[in-house]
Design a protein around this ligand. Structure first.
Ligand code: FAD
Length: 284
């Protein structure tokens, strides 16, 4: 169904955020311990816009490396200067990191100025200019259109600019509507974009939190899912069970259609991602 994507080998990965407390670090260590036996291609670690998690991101990445799994730090450019990014890139290089997820990031309004970089494409160009082909660079893609893009066409054009700047692969914002992903991939094909576009998968744990977050990041929760979840009220067991069914089915459809892997947004817990993994028999 997606022949252009089927040409790429499948890549499975898990995303974490850097813990802020010693308890959070312990929890993440346990999560890593549970997910490592699945042998993902890499674990990625998010990076607070404006460099706010710089040290914690690096620490989490080093912990992952030490546990023997390839690590891919995220790096966002909004609020950053050329000098600060040169420093971060040098730090990653010195620790043997070869894989980055390059993003613009979002600053809460009224915090820092925009800095010297406006868009992720500027960051990708800058990384290539500074470090050549040292890093394998992932960028973000938005099958349902980034909330600040004025149209799907503009969304695609800006994605194409990131690829032209030197991105090797892409991870999507999460979505629950497989058709949006298929259409986006077809539009990318028509626009001559030929990098892997790996679906980002958000297991459903806390539905009200997910609803709020989805509104902000432009991910649509289909009405049939929303209505069912709302009907469960505080029945967390039913929310979890239904969420697992919906997301497992989505992943299954995507892989069958030719998606080149899956990237799980774990929220630093292993349970839901590993149940989905098991149901999909990805270790078989
Ligand atoms: P861009 O590609 O720069 O796009 C941002 C907006 O600008 C889009 O609307 C785009 O259409 C528009 N645009 C791009 N180029 C131009 C141009 N030349 N002219 C006009 N408009 C343009 N955030 C973090 O802070 N830290 C993280 O670690 C992090 N990890 C993420 C991982 C993934 C897989 C994803 C999908 C998102 C992640 N985010 C993270 C969130 C991300 O930073 C936000 O979605 C942000 O709003 C956009 O980032 P981007 O890299 O896609 O930006």
């Amino acid at each position: 169904m997606l022949p252009s994507q089927q040409r790429h080998s499948r890549v499975f990965s898990f995303e974490f955020f850097p813990p802020k407390t010693p308890e959070g670090a312990e929890r993440l260590k346990e999560t890593r311990r549970q997910l490592a036996p699945l042998h993902p291609a890499f674990f990625s670690v998010t990076y607070g816009a404006g460099g706010t998690t710089r040290d914690n991101t690096l620490q989490a990445v080093l912990d992952i490396q030490q546990a023997g799994i390839p690590a891919a730090p995220h790096l966002s450019c909004i609020g950053a200067t050329r000098d600060s990014l040169i420093e971060v890139l040098a730090q990653y290089r010195s620790h043997g990191i070869r894989h980055l997820v390059a993003l613009r990031g979002d600053l809460p309004s009224g915090t820092l100025g925009a800095g010297e970089f406006r868009y992720a494409s500027d960051l990708v160009s800058f990384i290539r200019e500074q470090t050549g082909q040292h890093f394998f660079i992932e960028v973000a893609a938005y099958p349902e259109t980034h909330p600040q893009a004025r149209s799907a066409q503009e969304n695609l054009l800006h994605f194409k600019q990131k690829v032209a700047a030197g991105a090797d692969s892409a991870i999507t914002q999460y979505f629950y509507n497989a058709d949006a992903y298929y259409q986006f991939v077809e539009d990318c094909d028509a626009a001559g974009i030929d990098i892997p576009i790996v679906p980002g998968i958000m297991p459903i744990a806390n539905f009200s939190q997910l609803s709020r977050f989805s509104e902000a990041c432009g991910a649509e929760i289909p009405r049939w899912i929303r209505m069912k979840m709302q009907g469960y009220g505080d029945d967390l067991a039913s929310i979890k069970a239904f969420g697992l069914d919906v997301v497992t089915q989505l992943c299954d459809q995507l892989l069958q259609a030719g998606a080149p892997g899956l990237h799980f947004y774990t929220m630093n817990t292993a349970t839901l991602s590993s149940i989905i993994w098991e149901r999909l028999q990805l270790s078989a």
